[in-house]
Write a protein that binds this ligand. Structure first.
Ligand code: MLT
Length: 389
């Protein structure tokens, strides 16, 4: 029986896909798989049996990816599964940043007991007048699953959209409406756009990228939307931008003490992916990816190991799956160990991604297979070896 631990509540639409070979367990330390949403895992100790962590969501900044790689734990995310939910909230934020919706709602609440509110509203409303988004320029930083949907939807709403993404995938580029203008440099987005929305992961080279220098290059009164991660924006720079009027409004999905103190910030409690549909989609995708890995060794949508498609295991064969450092010497040593142990390799797949690699040998099953796997796992640079039958 395989033990799976849920660190956060995950939609039952996902966990109900687990077959009778699985059980949900309260103990993270003995689990083979962990399902997680936003729980912070950086200080967690991982059990020896842990093979996979699947995040029901796109961002993985709550998971220690490098440590997991070294411990032979494959981390999965669910790119695109909640993209529509986030896109819809970003569209809402564009309107929140354009019309006096938030202040107008507050005014109505504050005047709830006024029997003549209908009349007073007509007088009060001029304080909440706004502008339309049609015809305005929107800059989208990052054209992955969410950014591309936002860019296309904004075109449909009549906006003039600029997209910046030096790493855009071919698939994402094909899905973009051709009316989205290519911004070769970030500076083009900053200089041209009335609204800017950011859709990039929090990585060492993106954290704090919206700083004093970036804000200084923006249009006066720019509306900035952040539905990606709080750390992308330097809080001191944003607070100063809002206070001086350089930034007209900051709409963020990340409630932190710093943003709560900012003038003209509209703050939401991380609602981007909080829809029933997105939670179901993410949970199903996370569970399916985890089960495929545990049962067959196939890797889809990992963020710390390469993708690996594997065919069915032939009768009479066993699969030796090796998570390792991307180092030719380590690969050479692994092959020597298998040869010394008299293992007959029927077929093999070797894939690499940055510092990590994954090598899968389908071998003739024999008594020596388990001892060969054990011998392999003793070598430096080999993070985890398992035998799948
Ligand atoms: C994401 O990274 O996709 C979201 O933050 C998911 C969530 O809200 O859990």
């Amino acid at each position: 029986m395989r033990h799976i631990h849920c660190l956060n509540n995950i939609s039952a639409k996902g966990t109900e896909l687990l077959t009778d070979a699985y059980t949900l367990s309260d103990d993270a330390l003995t689990a083979e798989g962990i399902l997680v949403r936003s729980a912070a895992m950086h200080d967690m100790e991982f059990g020896e049996d842990l093979l996979a962590i699947a995040r029901a969501g796109a961002g993985v900044n709550n998971i220690p990816l490098e440590r997991c790689a070294k411990e032979g734990i494959v981390v999965f995310n669910t790119p695109g599964a909640n993209a529509n939910a986030v896109k819809e909230l970003v569209l809402c934020a564009l309107l929140l940043g354009s019309r006096g919706i938030v202040d107008g709602i507050s005014w109505c609440k504050d005047n709830a007991d006024d029997e003549t509110i209908a009349k007073s509203a007509e007088k009060a409303k001029k304080a909440f007048a706004g502008r339309e988004i049609a015809g305005k320029r929107l800059g989208v930083i990052g054209l992955g699953a969410i950014g591309a949907l936002v860019a296309n939807a904004a075109i449909d709403l009549g906006m003039d959209v600029y997209g910046y993404d030096p790493y855009v995938s071919v698939g994402a580029a094909w899905r973009l409406n051709p009316a989205v203008r290519h911004a070769p440099e970030l500076a083009d987005i900053f200089a041209n756009c009335d609204y800017i929305t950011i859709h990039v992961p929090a990585l060492p080279n993106t954290i704090g990228m919206i700083d004093d220098d970036a804000i200084a290059q923006m249009q006066d009164g720019v509306v900035f939307l952040n539905f990606s991660r709080d750390t992308l924006v330097n809080n001191d720079a944003m607070a100063a931008g809002l206070a001086s009027g350089k930034v007209g409004a900051y709409i963020t999905d990340f409630a932190t003490p710093e943003v709560m103190r900012m003038e003209h910030a509209i703050v939401l409690p991380h609602l981007g992916a909080s829809t029933e549909e997105a939670e179901d989609n993410c949970a199903k995708m996370a569970v399916r990816q985890m089960m495929a890995y545990l049962e067959t060794g196939a890797i889809v949508n990992s963020v710390n190991f390469p993708a690996c498609t594997l065919g069915a295991l032939a009768a009479g064969c066993a699969r030796i799956a090796v998570l390792r450092a991307n180092d030719a010497e380590v690969l050479g040593r692994a092959e020597l160990v298998l040869r010394d142990q008299g293992i007959t390799v029927q077929s093999s797949v070797d894939v690499t991604r940055g510092d990590t690699a994954y090598t899968v040998y389908d071998v003739t099953d024999a008594d020596t297979v388990d001892s060969a796997a054990q011998a392999l796992s003793d070598w430096d640079g080999i993070y985890k070896v398992r035998v799948i039958r």
